[in-house]
Design a protein around this ligand. Structure first.
Ligand code: GLP
Length: 241
């Protein structure tokens, strides 16, 4: 595991963007696993800037996002589809046909999970998976539990996650209670993983993920078993190290 320490969110974003840019340059038709949340916004802004400067070309890149709220349409401004379009896709030269996100509007959880796993399989797997970290140690929307879930599945969001994400919705009652997420097997199948974390409220989750016992109670701890993980975190997130 490689750990890069950044001073703050801005520096974390720049360093993380360097890792993704290197992947795109080395393999222009790579498959990027992408994440949502506030952690990757700065990384995406930096990638957009390098695209605008003519230094990056996304025309052959394919993407597979980690997760999506169940029940939200693409047009809903809280859907992860909308987030990805607004924060990255609309400002780079990616072919939208090459972007993949679980379909939140599919009411059939088993069918959607199977479909999304097939999508990733057909892509040939993920070359570089970007991950944020939940305050409770979740990755994607794999919440703490008694066992590691394997493939894509529908999950009941934990109260702490609903509480953490309520800032994006008019009220806590508007936060969806379920989501589709890549499973732990899917995430661990990525050839490389890039984990980013910023802020003191991530410090315990980050410490437990990287140094604690490997347990489904801290889903991020499974990353200790992956052979190619790069962590970029700021000083606040690393304050317990
Ligand atoms: C969300 C997402 C995760 C994300 C995490 C952290 O619920 N499903 O993929 O990594 O929580 O979010 P943030 O970056 O906003 O702290």
């Amino acid at each position: 595991m490689k750990l890069y320490k950044a001073k703050n969110y801005q520096e974390m974003s720049r360093k993380a963007a360097h890792v993704i840019a290197a992947q795109v340059i080395l393999k222009p038709d790579c498959v990027l696993g992408l994440a949502t949340g506030s952690s990757p916004v700065g990384t995406y802004q930096q990638l957009i800037q390098w695209y605008k400067d003519g230094d990056l070309d996304f025309s052959k890149v394919k993407t597979a996002n980690l997760d999506e709220y169940k029940g939200l349409t693409k047009e809903n401004d809280q859907s992860y589809y909308y987030f990805m379009y607004q924060n990255l896709f609309k400002d780079i030269n990616i072919d939208m046909a090459n972007t993949n996100i679980p379909d939140g509007t599919n009411p059939d959880s088993q069918a959607e999970a199977a479909r999304y796993d097939q999508v990733i399989e057909r892509l040939g797997g993920v070359d570089l998976q970007l991950l944020g970290l939940g305050r409770n140690g979740h990755i994607g929307f794999n919440e703490p539990g008694e066992a590691f879930a394997k493939g894509t599945h529908c999950i009941d969001l934990q109260p702490s996650t609903i509480d953490a994400n309520k800032r994006f919705f008019p009220s806590i009652d508007d936060v969806p209670k379920q989501a589709y997420t890549m499973g732990i097997r899917t995430i661990m199948s990525a050839r490389r993983i890039l984990l980013i974390a910023s802020g003191e409220d991530k410090a315990k989750a980050l410490y437990d993920s990287l140094h604690g016992p490997i347990t489904p109670h801290v889903p991020g701890s499974i990353l200790q078993l992956h052979s190619d993980v790069t962590v970029v975190a700021d000083e606040a997130a690393l304050s317990l190290f």
